[in-house]
Design a protein around this ligand. Sequence first.
Ligand SMILES: NC(=O)c1ccc[n+]([C@@H]2O[C@H](COP(=O)([O-])OP(=O)(O)OC[C@H]3O[C@@H](n4cnc5c(N)ncnc54)[C@H](O)[C@@H]3O)[C@@H](O)[C@H]2O)c1
Length: 387
Amino acid sequence: VEAEAPSRRWSVQAQKSVQYEIALIDGLLERGHPLLGPSPRPGPARRFVIVDEQVGRLYGGAIRDYFDRESVHCRIFPVAVSEKAKTMDQVSAIAHAVDSFGIDRYREPIVAIGGGVLLDLAGLAASLYRRGTPYIRVPTTLIGLVDAGVGVKTGVNHGLHKNRLGSYFAPCVALLDRRFLATLGTRHIANGLAEILKIGLIRDRRLFDLLDQHGQLLLSERLQGHSAVSDAVAIELLDRAITGMVDELRPNLWEQELDRLVDYGHSVSPTIEMLALPHLLHGEAVSIDMALFTAVAQRRGLLCAAEANQIFRTMHALQLPVWHPLLGRKVLARALAETVQHRGGRQRLPLPAGIGSGRFVNDVAEDELFMAAEELRDLRGPTCLAG
Ligand SMILES: NC(=O)c1ccc[n+]([C@@H]2O[C@H](COP(=O)([O-])OP(=O)(O)OC[C@H]3O[C@@H](n4cnc5c(N)ncnc54)[C@H](O)[C@@H]3O)[C@@H](O)[C@H]2O)c1
């Protein structure tokens, strides 16, 4: 009998605490925030500022003026953003520039200013640079304010896959200023309203009602609040959207729980968005996905016809699409399969159950999805699905 080889084992268990603040500040570049300012060490304070190229064109002067006033030497690094160019190459270019700045990562947090693409790129670069360099997020789009800017995910697209490479890396602070939205195109405001609609539909009826009643005004005023009433609506909308998002993310920051209500709108949309590039914006793909699963929910009796129609009407008023020619049998089957693989072997599809709450299902057949898509195809504006 052969003697058993001696074996030894080691195990490691560790915990890392995460703490960061999300602050809504009107007029950030006038009012500032302590972390944007001088670092607690002798010598001149410095910041490496990664800026969405378009934001740099619009706000570069104001950003420089801000840092000048604070006596901070800043190097602004502009990045041309697009979903197609959201790649590892861009992350490498950022890392190269951070390197040449010679950042002191204990005292000089990177500042990232831009939309969701810029924040995802800069966040990934920060998480990789020396295995983690603190960074500050300053979102400048509505998707950034209510979604990409408030969580801990970073990422780039890889191959045909959306956000296939990425990390979980919390910023030291996220500073949200709706004044940046004043220069954002209407289509990008609608894009962000889609993510807000998501939170309304699966967990906050009042948020949905705000969009339902004031959607067009929010869109045309870009949440700037030109009257006392519309200002109050914009503030409540942002407050509820961010609170809802953070309440969903906080207990599941690393996404170990795979049943996630915030995945509503994100089941088939990653595949559709990538296949449709560059024609669909993220929020538009999310809207199509939400409409699709609204139709599934109605077919299953989770929503009545009046509720489903109210949802479609709101999407229409927000200038969001409910259907796309890619919603054919083959693409839907592939998108569903990819989601199942991504979600640990089960569908875990969040459906609205009434407006303002959600429920998970695991038994949606490809046929059922296709039939729901066919119903949406015939939907033109605020018309009715058969009840
Ligand atoms: N990490 C996350 O948790 C998370 C969450 C949601 C979305 N995302 C990602 O975010 C991306 C979408 O973000 P997005 O919708 O902000 O798109 P985006 O970053 O491409 O910005 C949209 C456009 O607006 C321009 N822009 C940005 N700020 C502006 C301003 N204030 N005024 C005028 N123009 C401005 C940009 O140059 C760009 O052309 C997607 O890649 C998505 O995967 C990430």
